[in-house]
Design a binder for this molecule. Structure first.
Ligand SMILES: [Zn+2]
Length: 256
């Protein structure tokens, strides 16, 4: 079990469109705030974290510019990369707002609110990245076997692969075509949790399943279109990046 006696309640798994929640201050660090509950998604699995504010009932706001999951317990689940479950979520405070930390008290009630445009863009980007990955898995299964990592930003996403031969123009065109076909079909996205571990989650689209604990959108249409390009990262290493110039982030889907 967790070496800590506590774990943050993570509302982003209950409802990916919840923009804020009430919480209480559990710990005040030198540059971060831990709450008992949060809607803020931490950096993980290559996806950048949410940004947002922690609002005190006394009227002051503290901006957070990074969110991290700490003190998790590593578990091994078949057909899934080893992951950290439970743990606490730390909201890293903007440099200019650190002076406000001294106004907080343990147990103080607050509201934590995320930047919904950033979350909407990250969820869209993350979903699109999976469609590109499915395209790569069709065209270049050797590359998928050599996946080195990914980085999901709000405006773009990329994967790095260890490969013995570079991606050819025809292969890139086919990967892009396959990814965009998912968008054209307006495919539904389903997320679900592992039966035993709530933090172990799966992404599913048209029967294709990818273990992933990130945030995603519910269907593919808002992605608009996906453009794919490659970059050589030196011998034996290729980067596949995707962008979505016609993205339509769904901020209207968020609620309090
Ligand atoms: Zn994902």
């Amino acid at each position: 079990m967790n070496k800590f006696d506590r774990a943050t309640r993570k509302y982003y798994y209950d409802d990916a469109h919840l923009s804020e929640c009430s919480a209480r201050v559990v710990k005040i660090g030198g540059d971060y705030i831990e709450l008992d509950e949060t809607v803020a998604y931490p950096e993980g699995g290559g996806q950048e974290s949410d940004h947002g504010v922690i609002v005190s009932l006394e009227g002051f706001e503290i901006r957070f510019v990074h969110v991290r999951k700490m003190y998790t317990t590593r578990v091994h689940i078949p057909d899934m990369p080893d992951i950290g479950v439970d743990g606490v979520i730390e909201h890293v405070v903007h440099d200019d707002d650190k002076g406000l930390l001294e106004k907080l008290r343990l147990g103080m009630p607050v509201v934590v609110r995320i930047d919904v445009m950033r979350r909407a863009r990250l969820s869209l980007s993350h979903t699109a990245s999976h469609l590109v990955y499915l395209g790569v898995s069709e065209v270049r299964p050797d590359a998928v076997a050599g996946t080195l990592g990914c980085h999901i930003r709000s405006d773009a996403a990329r994967f790095d692969f260890a490969v013995s031969s570079r991606f050819l123009p025809d292969e890139l065109a086919e990967i892009e075509r396959l990814a965009n076909a998912f968008v054209t079909r307006n495919s539904r996205i389903h997320m679900y949790a592992h039966a035993e571990y709530r933090d172990a989650r799966y992404w599913e689209c048209e029967g294709r399943v990818i273990p992933c604990g990130g945030t995603h959108i519910d269907s593919t249409t808002p992605i608009g279109s996906i453009s794919v390009r490659r970059k050589s990262m030196g011998s034996g290493k290729e980067r596949i990046a995707c962008e979505f110039a016609q993205a339509m982030p769904e901020i209207d889907a968020f609620h309090v």
